[in-house]
Design a protein. Structure first.
Lengths: 436, 189
């Protein structure tokens, strides 16, 4: 074998290794052909090309439906719903990139990279159709600033077919620390997105002195606050519930209480401009419980809250509270809201050297799923406990559309819960769809 | 009889119930590899995915008359090769007015290759005539023998051998010329 042959072989194999694997899940899903977007030098080619492409796609789609198999002997049935479910992540080391992965297998179906290297993505939420995603972005160099919301549509084959700037959060500057921080929830119909975070103090430029939840409705509609707190405590998760209300999970500080507790409050969001008084928050737990909240989500009817918690494993609390001033002393752990496996990174101070801890990461080897009744006073009832294959491992809960079926994300393992308890359902990263 | 529009070579076309299962298995196991092969031929992943999707679409169309005689992978590779040639021909016409969405995978802009030397090899490879380029990719990426390459390219094994021999010499000349251009840009003009 000559040098040139060896060099050619190495170059071809290196190129092959650099090509991301995009294996479609079902053969039938290949049929609706994805068309590349071409940038036209000649202005007239754009609309003409688009019209031709639409005509071709319509014709092709009609053909494809006829070509789709009714069902193969090995179970490869036609997928009229348009392919496997997907989720969207912002992954470690690539804050300006979004990755669309197939639910269950974790296979990458598509990626999107921001046109601006200064823009970082931080929170992701899905609408009820599981094909429309909302992504919060911010300036990577800013400590305080606006959050921009993008709407991304994903096709049945997992390809990104639309990415538009949907809203710029204008109600106030939030602490973003280089990437959107806080919590984000998308209404089931995708018409409203709630964003919660800590507001920056205009005078000092400091964050953490107050928290707020605002609702964005896209494009020409102004956003509005639905809740505003004088305490700058982290908001950990938001859930839309019936009646246009929001369940806000975060840290709370009672009057004269020096200790910060984990709590949930139900917030009405009836109309723009109205900040409704809310009922007193329901205390869920305290940092002194030696457990940390990984994620929480309310059921659609607002009657229950499901929370994933883990022992702290001897690590210090993720943040401290300055009871005299009433705000968080030091950087707080970021929210676990969003579908991102590594959607945000916070600093855990705990009085010592700051430690980078992915929000929602269990620092021990077990995770416990608790169920709270949102009637004002119940304590968490344990549903199940599962072991984690690695530590720390990211754990997130997601509600599937408008239903109360939950998706449980673990770092590297999938569990299925049934009447007999949790069972290992599959290897590899992915989501677990649980009939709760 | 030939399968309509699927391949440019003779394909057994008797009705066979196993063909559908074979296509499904082929799709599962070789889709990624076929996309990679197409990337090497056409230069970018978006076009390559289109090419492979077209091939499977046509396989669907020909399914009722397709029989798996053990060479389905070779037939499919041949179809990818043909579809890639078609894509490149279309591009020659269309790209006088329209830019490609993505740079070629072997360009510095794509940054798919770390080594400058390997990037240079692939750039030289893509300056070769299509048949020579294809023969080299089939041999040195897929490690196919002369008979297998001949089946895919629709030529005799002897022709494959001579094509490969000429292609390697041409590739060396291209690399040498590139080195001279790099060392003496003025002379290259």
């Amino acid at each position: 074998v000559s040098d040139i042959e060896e060099l050619l072989r190495e170059a071809l194999h290196e190129l092959a290794d650099a090509i991301p694997e995009t294996v479609p899940g079902r053969l039938s899903a290949v049929a609706p052909r994805r068309r590349r977007v071409l940038r036209s030098r000649a202005g007239w080619l754009g609309p003409v090309g688009a019209a031709l492409a639409v005509a071709v796609l319509v014709a092709l789609s009609s053909t494809v439906i006829a070509l789709m198999p009714k069902g193969d002997a090995d179970g490869e049935a036609a997928d009229s719903a348009g392919g496997p479910p997907v989720y969207v992540t912002v992954e470690s080391g690539a804050p300006s990139e979004l990755t669309v992965r197939e639910t269950g297998s974790g296979i990458v179906r598509a990626t999107y990279r921001s046109n601006s290297p200064q823009e970082t993505f931080g929170l992701v939420g899905a609408a009820g159709d599981d094909r429309t995603f909302f992504v919060a972005a911010a300036d990577s160099g800013a400590y305080c600033g606006h959050v921009v919301l993008y709407r991304m549509r994903v096709s049945g084959t997992g390809k990104i077919i639309g990415f538009t700037r949907w809203a710029t959060q204008p109600a106030g500057d939030y602490m973003i620390s280089g990437r959107p921080d806080g919590a984000l929830a998308v209404s089931s119909d995708g018409s409203q997105v709630a964003y919660g975070g800590m507001l920056c103090d205009a005078a000092s430029g400091d964050g953490m002195r107050s928290s707020a939840v605002e609702v964005m409705r896209g494009g020409r509609y102004p956003s509005y606050w639905v809740w505003h707190s004088g305490q700058g405590l982290p908001i950990r998760s938001l859930s839309w519930i019936t009646g246009g209300r929001l369940a806000v999970v975060g840290y709370i500080l009672g009057p004269g209480d020096p200790k910060v507790s984990l709590g949930v409050r139900l917030v009405s969001a009836p109309r723009p401009g109205a900040t409704e008084p809310t009922a007193a928050p329901q205390v869920l737990g305290s940092p002194s419980d030696d457990r940390q909240l990984l994620d929480a989500v309310a059921t659609t009817d607002g009657r229950k809250l499901i929370a994933a918690v883990a022992p702290r494993g001897g690590r210090p609390p993720s943040f401290g509270i300055d009871s005299a001033k009433g705000f968080v002393n030091g950087s707080a752990t970021g929210s676990v809201a969003g579908s991102g496996m590594d959607s945000a990174t916070g600093l855990a101070t705990g009085g010592g050297k700051p430690t980078v801890v992915p929000p929602g990461a269990s620092q021990t080897e077990r995770v416990t799923i608790l169920e709270y009744t949102l009637d004002g006073g119940s304590s968490g009832r344990q549903i199940f406990t599962a072991s984690l294959p690695v530590s720390p491992a990211r754990v997130m809960l997601r509600r599937a559309g408008a239903s109360d079926r939950l998706l449980i994300v673990t770092g590297a393992r999938v569990y299925r819960l049934d009447g007999e308890g949790p069972r290992l359902a599959d290897a590899g990263p992915g989501l677990l769809d649980v009939a709760w | 009889v030939e399968a309509e529009g699927v391949l440019s070579m003779r394909v057994p076309v008797e009705v066979a119930p196993s063909a559908a299962g074979s296509v499904v298995a082929l799709y599962r196991e070789h889709h990624a590899g076929l996309v990679r092969l197409a990337v090497m031929l056409v230069g970018d992943q978006a076009t390559a995915e289109d090419v492979v999707q077209d091939v499977f679409l046509r396989l669907h169309r020909g399914l009722p008359r397709l029989r798996d005689d053990g060479n389905l992978l070779a037939y499919t590779r041949a179809a990818v090769l043909n579809a890639s040639r078609t894509a490149l021909r279309r591009r020659k016409l269309a790209f006088r007015l329209i830019q490609p969405y993505e740079p070629p995978a072997w360009s510095a802009e794509a940054a798919a290759l770390v080594s400058e030397e390997r990037r240079g090899v692939l750039q030289a490879l893509h300056r070769l005539p299509a048949r020579r380029r294809e023969a080299l990719i089939l041999r040195y990426y897929l490690d196919l023998d002369d008979a297998e390459i001949g089946l895919i390219m629709g030529v005799r094994p002897g022709t494959v051998r001579s094509t490969l021999s000429r292609a390697l010499k041409a590739l060396e000349r291209e690399l040498q010329a590139a080195r001279e251009r790099e060392n003496d840009p003025e002379a290259a003009r």
